[in-house]
Design a binder for this molecule. Structure first.
Ligand code: NDP
Length: 337
């Protein structure tokens, strides 16, 4: 039998953690033949909730589940970790300034990066879900000098999936026929969901959209005034309609991100989106953790190269990247990186 893969989940007592755990244990992230050992990290106030989830995992009788440990000790949680899902973060409280938020998260992600540096397996892969995700990933990476920086990623797959869903609805087509939507920049309201290279059943999506909406101009208006803000603000829409935040879709996107990274992009599926350290591609400053169109090849995420960037896209990408630069400079000024 195979050696179990060690998966560490932070914020395991929270909502997204609860939605993630059962899908990991059932093999939906790493494969139906891959045993997993779960390490659930929580802060002391979250331990009981994580312990309760561990009891329910036992009650799930998952054949692939080789063990579950619940701890508030970072070193124990990240010892030998192969896959790290960093979900727990400090939410913005009432009246909290941005610098306070960044400092509070620096106190979480800096030490977690150090613990990953000290204990992780050589093949460790990390995705940050907790917000501000891109900058939290940057902080963790800065505290893990021995871990290749490209192992630190942040989740924009939920934004990507939201863009797929909105475009499919607008084209009145099944989401499975759509390829090559891209999310650029920060996982925040400044992100740029880009459909300029998207296709439906192999045909460019923009002309199809124009045909449905009565011309190129109405299609452009729809993209700028409806599609982009709706994708970027979808989290707020879910809170308003559902009465609580998007949890299952966030967990589902986290599964998608790690499944494709470890297992490779499925053949013919086109690209997806993830935030990873820039190599300078598309004018994004090197080292900034920004979202790009990516493919997963040979166990590595690669930025899709050579895409034509329109003036409209350029301005939107630059605006979101400017926000990432400001966040990086702020955490630098606070001494967090
Ligand atoms: P959730 O599980 O709902 O959310 C966790 C994090 O994911 C938040 O930072 C949230 O950001 C972020 N997030 C990213 N995408 C989404 C999305 N689409 N919808 C909602 N959230 C998203 O939060 P809970 O409060 O239920 O749980 C957090 C847990 O983390 C708590 O149990 C807490 O104790 C724990 N924690 C653990 C730490 C650790 O292990 N060291 C450190 C800090 C907290 P946003 O706030 O912007 O919604």
């Amino acid at each position: 039998s195979r050696t179990p893969v060690t998966v560490t989940l932070t914020g395991a007592g929270g909502q997204i953690g609860y939605a993630l755990l059962f899908r990991i244990a059932s093999g939906q992230m790493l494969g139906a033949d891959v045993p997993v050992r779960l390490r659930l990290l929580e802060i002391p106030q979250g331990l009981r909730a994580a312990e309760g989830a561990a009891l329910e995992l036992q009650d799930g009788a998952f054949p692939l589940l080789a063990g579950v440990d619940v701890t508030d000790d970072r070193a124990a949680a990240f010892d030998g970790v192969n896959v790290a899902l960093l979900v727990g973060a400090r939410p913005r409280g009432p009246g909290m300034e941005r610098a306070d938020l960044l400092a509070a998260n620096g106190g979480i992600f800096g030490p977690q990066g150090a613990a990953i540096n000290a204990g992780a397996a050589d093949d460790v892969r990390i995705v940050v879900v907790g917000n501000p995700a891109n900058t939290n990933a940057l902080i963790a990476s800065a505290h893990a000098p021995d871990v290749p920086s490209e192992r630190f990623t942040a989740l924009t797959r939920l934004d990507h999936n939201r863009a797929l869903g909105q475009l499919a609805a607008a084209l009145d087509a099944p989401v499975g026929g759509i390829r090559n939507v891209s999310i650029w920049g920060n996982h925040s309201a400044s992100q740029y969901p880009d459909v300029s290279h998207a296709t439906l059943d192999g045909a460019p999506a923009l002309p199809l959209l124009a045909a449905r909406l009565g011309g190129a101009e109405p299609a452009e208006r729809w993209l700028a005034d409806e599609f982009i803000p709706r994708v970027a603000k979808r989290g707020a829409e879910i809170i308003e309609v559902r009465g609580s935040s998007s949890v299952a879709s966030a967990a589902s996107a986290t599964i998608d991100h790690m499944r494709d990274w470890v297992g490779g992009s499925p053949a013919g599926a086109g690209w997806t989106s993830a935030a990873l350290p820039s190599d300078g591609s598309y004018g994004v400053p090197e080292g900034l953790i920004s979202s790009f169109p990516v493919e997963s090849v040979g166990g590595q995420l690669r930025i899709v190269q050579g895409l034509e960037i329109s003036a409209f896209s350029r301005a939107r990408i630059d605006a979101s990247v400017a926000e990432l630069i400001a966040e990086r400079d702020a955490v630098r000024a606070l001494g967090l990186i």
